[in-house]
Design a protein around this ligand. Structure first.
Ligand SMILES: [Ca+2]
Length: 407
């Protein structure tokens, strides 16, 4: 994708689309009528009610028998699971606590030294990522909501976890600008094959137009060095664009995983009402939000008449209606050999673990497991087992870490 992909027509029409999106439901109806009359491009119809109805059937429940072990319970919104190379696991609770699981047992007290987070609405403690040289340097990276209700941002910090406590916390990146909402922070971090950090940043919900504003890191995947400096070979998003941008046009991505065997960086993101997506993240690409979406806004208003848009990269998969994806993993290892290379996606609204069946790089099928569990994160452990974090919406301490192996 060349830097010239942000075509003038995209920006100009986007403004018109956003005007429609800010209007009342009557605008949505008139847009439906316009689409029916053929005055909008073919394929237009993100949020088309007949489309939603047509695609409403959930995937079938899977037939693979699973052994489900509860590794930890009593957690409040466990947001992420990190495996350290020494066998320890760290679990981030959104409220700001880091929990240690050692030899299969969760320590009763939280790990001291976790950063002070803004635990507000969807904000709080998100991902924890060990440095690939963790055994030598004990470095971890932490993503969290930082600031106040009036002025906050997704922050990435670097710290040391010495086995007893977190120390030497050093913020290395803040999303910009600051915002005054408690929604859509993003918050996943991945270490890339190029030794760079990739971080998802949401568009703040109320600021969806910033997903197309290249002077903002909202609605982006950013690419930074491990000390927070910015690589000089990031893609060029035009005059005035932030240098940390790697991709734009995202809504709220809460799944990110690097697939070394395919050489693919996978992501998933929440659509509005419908239009949740799986994307392949490629340098310089624009994923369309809010100009292109298969979803509609929560109040039923149409955000955009377009499900695709010139210059925007289409998802490789989408769900309508929403299943609310959080967490993403690629199955590898010795335990689930029949699922090798398949994608796993946690479902919040769908209360299920979604197995995306792959043929090469293409998604060719889908099954649901653990139906009834609201799943915030999914990982494949060093032992090949699948680990999921389950939660309950309102912070009740009923979250669990489950370990899955074939039955
Ligand atoms: Ca998209």
């Amino acid at each position: 994708m060349t830097p010239a992909f942000v075509k003038p027509i995209f920006t100009a029409t986007l403004i018109a689309i956003l005007s429609v999106g800010c209007g009342q439901s009557t605008n949505a109806e008139s847009a439906d009528a316009a689409a029916a009359a053929g005055s909008l491009p073919p394929g237009g119809g993100g949020g088309d009610k007949s489309l939603q109805k047509k695609l409403a059937d959930p995937a079938p429940e899977g037939t693979q028998a699973l052994v489900v072990e509860t590794i930890a319970e009593g957690l409040s919104n466990p947001w992420s699971i990190a495996f350290l190379p020494d066998g320890d696991m760290l679990v981030a609770e959104r409220s700001g606590r880091v929990r240690l699981i050692r030899d299969g047992v969760m320590a009763p007290d939280p790990v001291p030294g976790a950063p002070a987070v803004l635990a507000f609405n969807q904000g709080g403690l998100f991902d924890i990522l060990p440095h690939p040289d963790f055994m030598e340097n004990r470095v971890i990276f932490i993503a969290y909501a930082h600031g106040t209700r009036q002025e906050n941002a997704l922050r990435v910090a670097r710290a040391v976890y010495d086995g007893d406590e977190i120390r030497d916390l050093q913020p290395i990146y803040d999303a910009r600008p600051v915002k005054d909402t408690g929604h859509h922070f993003g918050g996943r971090i991945v270490w890339g094959p190029d030794d760079k950090l990739y971080v998802t940043i949401g568009e703040g919900s109320r600021y969806k137009e910033k997903a197309q504003d290249m002077t903002s890191s909202f609605g982006a995947v950013i690419r930074i060095n491990e000390d927070g400096s910015i690589p000089d070979d990031n893609p060029d998003f035009g005059d005035g664009a932030l240098p940390e941008l790697y991709t734009k046009g995202h809504r709220n991505a809460q799944g990110l995983a690097y697939d070394a065997e395919r050489g693919v960086l996978w992501s998933n993101e929440h659509g509005p009402r419908g239009g949740d997506e799986i994307n392949i993240i490629e340098a310089g690409a624009n994923y369309g939000w809010p100009a292109a979406s298969f979803g509609i806004d929560y109040n039923g208003a149409r955000i955009t008449p377009f499900t695709e848009y010139e210059g925007a990269t289409q998802p490789v998969h989408y769900w309508t209606p929403s299943m609310a994806p959080s967490g993403l993993a690629v199955v590898r290892g010795d335990a689930f050999t029949d699922w090798d290379g398949d994608l796993l996606v946690g479902g919040l609204a769908s209360t299920a673990l979604h197995r995306m069946i792959m043929d090469g790089d293409a998604i060719v099928g889908e099954e649901r497991y653990l139906v009834g569990e609201r799943i915030r994160d999914v990982r494949v452990g060093p032992d090949g087992a699948i680990y999921v974090a389950t939660e309950f919406r309102n912070g009740d301490p009923v979250g669990k870490i489950l370990r899955l192996t074939p039955g």
